[in-house]
Design a protein around this ligand. Structure first.
Ligand code: BGC
Length: 491
């Protein structure tokens, strides 16, 4: 065994008995996963130009989708709406009442588990299951009532091209979904058909991305919020552009001053691999995913991939004859793709014990591996590196939107499991913003990422309400079925 070497670390004295060969590995990983200040700035600048490119007629990697959500809530939206969120693990159905009181709302909701098989099943099963859950919700909450129609905001958080707000052609599945016959197709008609078949009295008013919902829900209560972000299983952001700054909509002759929420779909940033510091592990994650070459940025930062990156590094260090961590142990579980998720890393990062006892217990219960003390130190450092890189890189996206829009002070409302539950994610992201903008140390963060209101519930209902409002005001732009939508609101 090589001689232990003392080195500085985030945990006091923690590396003092890590042997030299393992320390060298830790240093190699630090080199791979650390994104220094200058690199953050370079990524941000490239991000700014890619955002603009996505809005251009020629287009770019980042889809920059005009959502036809053409307004920002002023807190006075009213009405009763259904909001449905088809997330990865759950389907959430809510009924939301926006009362007269400014910025308030009442909500009732039910959650339904999305069976794992649906992710790779058929389109018919997907829409059938979604419509069944909505039917169940209506029957439960409106038993014996005669409902005419309810307007619905449907949160479908995948890249969809929207020619209208009540329309959306799925560009490609992300986040591990892979259902045949949905890509390249407008998702609204089959969904509405499934509702109709079941006699469910719902009219889809707005197809909403979770980021746009988050932006609107946060802006409803705080008008300094200019960006909506999701840091969860996937990662993305939305913000409001003026129609005059969207060259790809020029042919529509919209009033250049009208606002238009843009669903950036920034997960696709740098698909051409120009600027992001990809490691060999990022390359494997991409290659082994259902859509290689897509969502390059997302695959480095989103919750779905953090555990997988961690697993790939450990497996590499196990098979590398010069390192051989977990030597002589059965690593069958570790060999299973996606056997670890981001919560595994979170648990390691919050292990309070100097001897990393909780981490040791976790490895033994989840993977059946006995991990020695130096290996535990490596695991802890690796989790920190992967989690920190994710937080710092996502800040480049937030900074890029601010730079593009010239915002020197604003808030971004954020939601998602990584933002809400991954330890230190917020602080690490905030630190990266400081480095990107070189704020003096005595200046309180002018741009802040804050927890958002409920985007896929309240946000989706607000977008449905905003759509109805502008229809009533005579702005029909980007609405396919104005008459039916208006009729649904009358009842
Ligand atoms: C999707 C986005 C979504 C994000 C967060 C990505 O995979 O493409 O539409 O906003 O995940 O849920």
């Amino acid at each position: 065994m090589a001689t232990p070497v003392r080195r500085p670390s985030s945990r006091k004295g923690s590396m003092s008995d890590v042997p030299k060969d393992l320390l060298q590995q830790i240093e190699r990983l630090e080199g791979l996963f650390t994104v220094p200040q200058e690199k953050l700035k370079a990524i941000t600048d490239h991000f700014v130009s890619e955002l603009a490119k996505g809005l251009s007629k020629e287009g770019g990697s980042i889809p920059m989708i005009p959502t036809w959500c053409m307004g920002i809530p002023n807190g006075h939206e009213t009405g009763t709406f259904l909001a449905v969120d088809m997330g990865g693990t759950n389907l959430r159905v809510c009924e939301i009442v926006l009362p007269d009181a400014k910025g308030e709302f009442d909500i009732i909701q039910s959650k339904y588990r999305m069976p794992e098989e649906l992710r790779t099943g058929t389109a018919e099963e997907l829409w059938g299951y979604t419509a069944d859950c909505i039917k169940q919700f209506i029957e439960y909450h409106h038993e014996d009532e005669k409902l005419d129609q309810l307007p619905m905001g449907f949160t479908f958080s995948y890249p969809v091209s929207q020619e209208y707000i009540d329309h959306g052609v799925l560009q490609r599945w992300t986040k591990g979904f892979d259902i045949d016959g949905v890509e390249g197709v407008d998702v609204v008609p089959p969904f509405e058909a499934a509702l109709k078949e079941r006699g469910v009295p719902i009219k889809l008013t707005a197809l909403v991305n979770d980021t746009t919902g988050t932006l609107m829900a946060s802006a409803y209560t705080d008008d300094t919020v200019k960006i909506g972000c999701i840091f969860g299983t996937g990662c993305n952001a939305a913000y409001v552009e003026d129609c005059g700054s969207i060259p790809k909509l020029e042919h529509m002759n919209l009033d250049p001053k009208l606002p238009m929420a843009i669903n950036c779909e920034w997960g696709a940033f740098d698909n051409e691999h120009i600027i992001l510091p990809r490691t060999p592990y990022d390359i494997i994650v991409d290659k082994e995913s259902p859509r290689p070459g897509q969502q390059s940025f997302e695959k480095m930062v989103a919750g779905l991939y953090l555990g997988e990156l961690f697993r790939l590094v450990l497996l590499d260090l196990h098979t590398n004859p010069e390192v051989q961590i977990f030597k002589g142990q059965n690593v069958d579980e570790l060999q299973k793709m996606y056997s670890l998720d981001a919560s595994f890393l979170s648990a390691i990062e919050v292990d309070p014990y100097e001897n990393l006892q909780e981490t040791a217990d976790l490895f033994s219960s989840k993977l059946g591996i006995h991990v020695n003390k130096p290996e535990l130190e490596l695991c802890r450092r690796l989790a920190e590196l992967i989690g920190t890189r994710a937080a710092r890189l996502t800040s480049c996206g937030v900074a890029a939107i601010c730079k593009k829009k010239g915002y020197t002070s604003c808030k971004a409302g954020a939601d998602g499991s990584v933002f809400n539950r991954y330890p230190h994610f917020k602080a690490r992201g905030a630190q990266a913003l400081r480095e990107i903008f070189d704020w003096p140390s005595d200046l309180k963060d002018p741009i802040e990422v804050i927890p958002s209101e409920d985007g896929s519930g309240v946000g989706a209902a607000l977008i449905a309400a905003l759509t109805l409002r502008r229809l009533k005001e005579g702005n029909h732009a980007g609405i396919r079925d104005p008459q039916a939508i208006l009729a649904s609101a009358k009842s």
